[in-house]
Design a protein around this ligand. Structure first.
Ligand SMILES: Nc1nc2c([nH]c(=O)n2[C@@H]2O[C@H](COP(=O)(O)OP(=O)(O)OP(=O)(O)O)[C@@H](O)[C@H]2O)c(=O)[nH]1
Length: 133
């Protein structure tokens, strides 16, 4: 089986980052993740992320720079998780695929039950954050 490309957004606002909990009935239900979804044919990474965040959270974002890509092998599939920094002016979030969201401090990321593929991204983000302080 091939590798599934998944885009996710690192949305930081007022020094806090958005994480979302996957609904229990979904794959990896109950895990926290950076919101996003699978790349569709013909889309750029930026288009995919903007579409997914609009569909999943009703959030209009500006997609900024690429941050980190992680290849992670789950039992049934391998994903390439591609993260981008995003900015938004929107304050209200609508939940579709998630049952909870949190805005948390970057250094606290590893205290949450993150999807395994997200952990290296969270670790890199924490390192970057330390350097920028
Ligand atoms: N959106 C998103 N998906 C992630 C992250 N980390 C991670 O492992 N994934 C996995 O990447 C896939 C993304 O698919 P999706 O968000 O469109 O969800 P889906 O339920 O349609 O996927 P499914 O085919 O696994 O059921 C899922 O299998 C999800 O568990 C993440 O940070 N964001």
């Amino acid at each position: 089986m091939g590798i599934t490309k998944v885009l996710c957004g690192l949305i930081i606002k007022d020094q806090q980052i958005l994480i979302c909990r996957r609904k229990p009935e979904k794959s990896l239900g109950g895990y926290w993740e950076f919101p996003g979804g699978k790349l569709e044919e013909g889309e750029t990474y930026e288009e995919c992320l903007a579409r997914e965040l609009q569909e999943e959270l009703n959030l209009r974002v500006t997609v900024k720079n690429h941050f980190k890509t992680v290849i992670h092998q789950y039992d049934l599939k391998t994903i390439e998780l591609i993260s981008y920094r995003c900015e938004t002016e929107d304050a209200v979030i609508k939940l579709v695929d998630h049952d909870q969201i949190e805005w948390i401090k970057v250094p606290d990321l590893l205290k949450w039950n993150l999807a395994p593929a997200d952990v290296p991204i969270a670790e890199a983000l924490i390192e970057t954050y330390k350097l920028s302080e």
